[in-house]
Ligand binder design. Structure first.
Ligand SMILES: [Zn+2]
Length: 140
């Protein structure tokens, strides 16, 4: 599934948008499937520019814990790296919404959730407050 960003001349107040490189999306899907029925979590690498967050890479976090209900790591365990912009984790339950625990453990500027059965349509993006963000999967 490909989405193309429309070029508009008029500058209306922009919603924040998240662009996920297709290669990264494929990696998230593969990882979520390999962790199932447990949750899996990955660090997102990319950059934030104006109102758009570009996710270009994935990093397996050190000391991550896996379990049927919660996966996580402490931000303090991460090496300091400005390219780490958020996390993605899976919801084996199929829920597309962030849990309170997800919001409590929010890291970076974007949080992605991929829910069972793990495909492009079940990836969603959230900000720190749990509001959903527009998500595009790019061709690159
Ligand atoms: Zn969660």
């Amino acid at each position: 599934m490909f989405f193309r960003k429309k070029k508009t001349q008029t500058r209306i107040p922009v919603r924040r948008m998240v662009v996920l490189a297709r290669q990264a999306a494929d990696g998230v899907i593969t990882y979520a499937k390999s962790c199932h029925p447990n949750e899996g979590i990955l660090i997102l690498q990319g950059k934030h520019k104006e109102n758009t967050t570009f996710i270009t890479g994935l990093v397996i976090p050190p000391f991550s814990t896996h379990g049927p209900f919660y996966s996580g790591f402490s931000g303090y365990e991460l090496p300091f790296d400005l390219s780490y912009i958020g996390t993605v984790h899976s919801h084996p339950s199929g829920s597309m919404r962030p849990s309170l625990e997800d919001l409590h453990n929010y890291f970076g500027v974007v949080s992605l959730i991929i829910s069972h059965p793990y495909d492009y349509q079940t990836i969603s993006a959230f900000d720190r407050n749990g509001n959903s963000l527009d998500l595009e999967i790019s061709a690159e």
